[in-house]
Every structure is written in C-alpha cells, then in structure tokens.
Design a protein around this ligand. Structure first.
Ligand SMILES: [Fe+2]
Ligand SMILES: [Fe+2]
Length: 367
C-alpha cells in the first residue's frame, strides 16, 4: 500500500470526497481517525487508479440482491418476545466431535503435544488446513512446519485449539442458508477483523492473540444468524439504515431493542464458548463497558480499520464510530495504524482462502 504522499494530489482530493461521507459518525479531528481516514483515502485512490474510471465489482458487495427491488413496509418493529423466539429458533450448527476431543486433550493435565496432534490428524482436511495456515504469512515462522506435532510444539495446545475452533466453526456455518447475504463478503469482513485483532494484540505483546483472533472472527456473527433466521427484519434494517442515513446499529436497536453485538454475545453463550469471548463480542462497539477493556478495544479498533480498508462487509455503509476511550486503552502511537493495515492486507487473501475455500483432503503426517 502506498503512503498518502505518494498519491497524485488530484486523485487524493477525489478519493477524499468519495470517502468523507462514510466518516459521518466519526470525529475527523481525532488523530487515530485522521490516520484511518488517510488509509481509506490511499486505498480508494488505488482503486480509482486501477479501475481507470470504470466501476468494477470487487466481489465484496454485501448482498446478492439489489435492495431497491425489495418491497418492505415503511415501519417495522418487533415485540419483546422477538429475541426469545430468535434465540430458540436459531439452530447453531452442531460443533463437530473433533472439538470435543480437543477439549478433552486440553483438560487432561497428562496429555502431550503428541496427543493433540493425534486427535487433529483424525480429520485430514483440518490437518491440511492447519499446516497451510501455520506455514502462511499469518504466522511467519522462520522454518517450514511440516508435521502436526511440530505445529502443536511451536504454537502450543491452546493456540492450536483456538485456530481449530475458528476453522471448524466457519465450516459449520457454510451449511447455513445465507439468503440474500454474500457469504464471501461477510466472512472476509470477519476474517479480516480476526487478523487485525491478532496483529494489534501482537503489537501489545498480549498472550491472548489467538483468542482475539476468534473474537474478531465472530464479532458480527449475529448479523449472519439474523439474515438466515429473520431475513425480512434484516433487509428492513439495511434499507432503513440507508434511507435514514443512520448506522445499522442504531436501526437495529430501534427495531429490535438489541443490536447485533448484544445478540452475538447471547449466541456465543448459547454455544458455550468461553465467557471472555462472549463478553468481547458483546461489547465490540462499546468496549469501555467490557470486562476486559483492552481486548474489546482491540476488536473495536480492528473493526474500524478493516471497514476503512473495505475488506469484505457486514452490511454497514458507515465506518463504525471510533471510541476515543478505546484508543486510549490500546495506548499505541497512531503511526502503527498504517503498519497494521499493511500487515492485514498482506495476510487477508491467503488466510481467507484457507478458512473459507474449504479443505483439501490430503492425508497429513502426524509426526
Ligand atoms: Fe459490529
Ligand atoms: Fe464488523
């Protein structure tokens, strides 16, 4: 990615005009927002230069349909029982047995890296995907990791377990009917947020980088669940947000009394995923209310950054409002933002393909 100084001034102005509207709900006077705005501008300028003035599809459009072709009532509001019904109706995909077996290995104090490798090797597709991800720019290990045993040894059982959960849960969701939602674009947004959260966690030297990757991966999961189980409401919310120029979250709250972050927390709870993960997802737009302010702030800032980079979409037109308190909690200089953006962009395509495009069935060596 170029720096702002390398862009032709006229192209720069054109990009700024096109981008500015998406920052309606952000304070452009905040130094971190300014830096993120510059990242958006550079990205837009590149896009304009590459497309030669033509409007090209990036494949990242959020919906498979044209919203204008939908006939939706002027006003919709759901009753207080809506959430209960949704929570009852949403059949989360059953987690595969292999995740239970991995839990057993982690819980058993006598188990070894070899036991973990043994369990993962029972799933050839999973093993192959793990080795590919471990050898990708995502981890950037110096030498090639050619066996699962080595993968467990260098990463540790907990980290590998988190990675396995990510791969398997996305796999399970592939079976869910997405209706009008472009699943590619949705998962690109989520995987990019996971990568960004991991990158920022590493800048902070946190040991929970893998957990943050998972939190990023699932931060907007309620939007997918709502699309597949309450698509009329979802489409209404999208249309209303565009018509009234309000952020999706505001319309979600007006229509359902809850926003996707709160519903996402409830879903992860229903799925028995760790409390820490549930809490971070629940507060990813209001990170100062989270149990762990720093972790929720990391996912919050990551979401802003990947929206600015336009990596996939979870339906929001506006760049989510950056909470200045979250930036304070992160406590890093603004100059890390373009570096993080560069790192995220260098990983997204490869990691997205490994997570999203399925697993090869190649048999893998355990040790
Ligand atoms: Fe969100
Ligand atoms: Fe998001």
């Amino acid at each position: 990615m170029k720096t702002i100084g390398e862009i032709d001034p006229e192209l720069l102005r054109e990009s700024q005009v096109l981008i500015r509207d998406r920052y309606t709900y952000n304070d452009l006077g905040h130094p971190a927002v300014q830096e993120i705005f510059n990242i958006s501008t550079v990205k837009k300028a590149d896009e304009i230069a590459e497309s030669n003035g033509k409007r090209v599809s990036t494949g990242d459009e959020y919906l498979n349909i044209d919203l204008d072709s939908y006939d939706i009532p002027e006003h919709m509001e759901v009753g207080p029982s809506f959430l209960d019904t949704i929570m009852k109706d949403i059949k989360l995909p059953t987690l595969p047995d292999i995740l239970m077996k991995i839990h057993e290995v982690i819980r058993n104090p006598n188990s070894s890296a070899h036991d973990m490798a043994e369990v993962i090797s029972m799933d050839a597709g999973l093993s192959s995907t793990i080795l590919k991800i471990v050898n990708s720019a995502f981890y950037n290990f110096q030498s090639e990791i050619d066996t699962l045993y080595r993968a467990v040894a260098v990463m540790g059982t907990k980290q590998l377990s988190a990675l396995t959960h990510g791969i398997k849960i996305i796999d399970s969701f592939k079976g869910i009917s997405s209706g009008v939602l472009n699943m590619r674009s949705f998962w690109k947004h989520c995987i990019a947020c996971g990568i960004a959260s991991r990158v920022l966690a590493n800048y902070k030297g946190l040991l929970s980088a893998e957990r943050l990757f998972m939190a990023g991966l699932f931060h907007d999961i309620a939007r997918l669940a709502l699309h597949s189980h309450a698509s009329t409401i979802s489409i209404y919310i999208l249309m209303k947000s565009r018509k009234t120029c309000n952020p999706l979250r505001v319309v979600e709250k007006d229509t359902m009394q809850y926003d996707h972050a709160e519903i996402g927390g409830l879903l992860l709870n229903k799925w028995n995923l760790p409390m820490s993960l549930e809490n971070t997802v629940r507060y990813h737009h209001t990170p100062l209310s989270a149990d762990n302010e720093l972790e929720a702030s990391i996912v919050h800032i990551s979401d802003v950054l990947i929206n600015a980079l336009a990596l996939g979409s979870s339906g929001e037109y506006y760049i989510p409002t950056l909470d200045p308190g979250a930036w304070e909690a992160l406590d890093l200089p603004e100059a890390i933002l373009p570096l993080a953006a560069k790192e995220i962009e260098s990983q997204i395509d490869e990691v997205f393909n490994y997570f999203f495009s399925g697993n090869s069935k190649a048999a893998m060596k355990v040790a």
